[in-house]
Design a protein around this ligand. Structure first.
Ligand SMILES: Cc1cc2nc3c(=O)[nH]c(=O)nc-3n(C[C@H](O)[C@H](O)[C@H](O)COP(=O)(O)O)c2cc1C
Length: 184
């Protein structure tokens, strides 16, 4: 039997009706039972300030620990003004500090973006990849998923359309393989 895999899920949108949340929920629903998924709650995190590196902030410690414990991190995020959302950037920064204590080093990370627009939030996804490269994370290179016209991939009840389901199922499977790989 294969070993269990711990995944930390970060959703870069704080919006109640987030389309990114809907796609994230579908992706994780397609993962096998041996995958344990814990969402990292980023809504309550104070804006990162380097002064805090010398103090203990409970919510910072919580997210750092959650990310440390994960075999891999799945980020599903919107694009805000051609970059990743501020809420997502905040947790990226928080988990990268204090200096030399970054939890991102060698961490397996994958990113998916979704937007109602034509570009699918690609700039946000590439931004995440850029930050993760700088932080020496082990980024899942392929496939690259930037869901354009993403509202067309949702049915009226908010469920994912059949065509996009197939696409996301393949991504979920590739991601679990990536997360479960040993020795790298
Ligand atoms: C402040 C703000 C900036 C935005 N900038 C972009 C953008 O640069 N590119 C884009 O494709 N969509 C942009 N959008 C539209 C979002 O893609 C859209 O609101 C989407 O539904 C956000 O994802 P969510 O539903 O998961 O929150 C922006 C939305 C907001 C609120």
């Amino acid at each position: 039997m294969s070993a269990s895999i711990n995944i930390a899920l970060i959703i870069g949108s704080l919006r109640t009706e987030s389309i990114n949340r809907k796609f994230a929920e579908y992706i994780v629903s397609q993962m096998p039972d041996r995958v344990n998924i814990k969402e990292v709650d980023i809504a309550d995190l104070p804006l990162y300030n380097q002064d805090y590196d010398d103090t203990t902030i409970d919510s910072y410690e919580r997210v750092r620990q959650q990310l440390k414990d994960a075999d891999a991190v799945l980020i599903v995020t919107p694009e805000h003004n051609r970059t990743m959302s501020a809420a997502l950037k905040n947790v990226v920064d928080i988990a990268s500090r204090p200096y030399k204590e970054s939890v991102w080093t060698h961490k397996k990370v994958a990113v998916v973006t979704a937007s109602p627009g034509s570009f699918g939030g690609i700039n946000s996804g590439l931004d995440v990849r850029k930050s993760m490269q700088m932080l020496s994370a082990q980024m899942m290179i392929d496939p690259e998923i930037y869901l354009s016209r993403a509202t067309d991939s949702l049915n009226e009840d908010g469920s994912v359309t059949e065509l996009t389901q197939k696409f996301l199922q393949r991504f979920a499977s590739d991601f679990v393989d990536f997360a479960g790989k040993l020795g790298d």
